[in-house]
Design a protein around this ligand. Structure first.
Ligand code: AMP
Ligand code: MG
Length: 337
């Protein structure tokens, strides 16, 4: 998650929109290694400012719980302590772990938050632009596997069954944080809001006088300067996963930051997956899970996962069939209400 320290969170009231739309306010802050952008409708700037503060504070608090970059986060402390003895965790952490483990079971381990040791190797590999050694991957994989993470629902405890395990919530935490920021806003009377954290967007009620927020999906099948799809959504979330931003190229092969847990290798089959769901946590995690399954088993087999999620839908794009080299094809969603 947080690549750089977001502690020096800089509040950017980036724009208070045009006179024609005077009640729409937008602000952005860096959290969880990306920029969280919030759009709300409010009566005045003062009201908007306090709403932004409350929502960003919640995201910042969640980063302190869920980050695998901050050594003092709750997650990191749990990973240090929970080998062989159960550790009680906060409701936020337990909720995210439980949801991740449910998806791990549904996907037979294609989605796996215990990949931390392997993910770290790939992060280092991307930094030094050289593939991890096969024996390093093999060793790291011994400390991975979702069945080695035991959750006890009654006591809300976590236990790690082998040494040197590291949990990585990079595929699910931003979606949860977006949901929680919306919840905070709803709690203080803001029913029409949108939270965007790079490829993860969640929104509550529609902007006044509209049927929903217009959200552009940016996958490589888009024509230059356009989105590949524009959706109108409310009380929903959309996440896009792909390899256009984070990847390692070696020997003419492009390795994604999304890892196949069976091999410990970054995906080499290129996919850009967008998922629309009723909540950010579900959209975020499903987009990553479908990416692994599509790369491994093909699109039709991957889409079977959606049978478990009848309220959600997924779209898979194969970048190699569309690659124009055009700029603006990063797998980020953008909102333009
Ligand atoms: P996303 O951008 O939401 O698709 O998440 C990608 C991030 O999820 C990576 O940067 C890793 O931190 C993590 N990750 C990679 N592979 C997996 C996987 N197979 N299951 C769960 N998380 C993963
Ligand atoms: Mg994800």
């Amino acid at each position: 998650m947080s690549k750089k320290s977001s502690a020096a969170a800089l509040l950017l009231y980036s724009c208070v929109l045009t006179a024609a739309d005077a009640r729409r306010f937008e602000a952005a802050e860096p959290h969880m290694g990306t920029l969280f952008r919030i759009t709300i409708y409010a009566d005045d700037g003062e009201q908007a400012r306090s709403a932004f503060r409350a929502a960003f504070d919640r995201v910042k608090q969640l980063d302190q719980v869920l980050s695998d970059y901050k050594p003092d986060s709750e997650l990191m402390q749990v990973c240090r302590l929970a080998f062989a003895k159960p550790i009680a965790v906060s409701p936020d952490l337990f909720t995210v772990l439980e949801s991740a483990q449910r998806l791990a079971k549904e996907t037979d381990g294609a989605f796996d938050i215990t990949l931390g040791p392997v993910i770290r190797l790939w992060r280092e590999a991307r930094a030094r632009k050289r593939l991890p050694a096969p024996e390093e991957i093999e060793k790291a994989l011994r400390s991975c596997g979702y069945k080695k993470l035991a959750l006890d629902t009654s006591g809300k405890t976590v236990r790690l069954l082998v040494p040197d395990m590291q949990i990585d919530l990079g595929a699910i935490a931003k979606g949860y944080a977006a949901d929680q920021a919306l919840k905070v806003l709803r709690g203080i009377g803001f029913e029409r809001a949108l939270i965007a954290a790079s490829g993860d967007i969640a929104m509550s009620g529609a902007p006044p006088g509209t049927g929903g927020w217009r959200v552009g999906i940016d996958c490589p099948d888009a024509s230059a300067g356009e989105f590949s799809k524009v959706l109108t959504l409310r009380n929903a979330a959309v996440s896009t996963s792909g390899d256009t931003e984070q990847y390692l190229e070696s020997g003419g092969i492009r390795y994604s930051h999304i890892i196949d847990p069976r091999t410990g290798m970054g995906l080499t089959e290129r996919v850009c997956v967008s998922v629309v769901a009723t909540a950010g946590m579900e959209a975020d995690s499903l987009a990553t899970a479908v990416s692994v399954l599509a790369a491994r088993n093909g699109d039709q087999a991957a889409l079977k996962l959606m049978d478990h999620h009848p309220a959600a839908s997924a779209r898979i794009v194969r970048p190699d069939r569309f690659d124009t080299g055009a700029p603006g094809t990063s797998p980020a969603n953008q909102s333009r209400p």
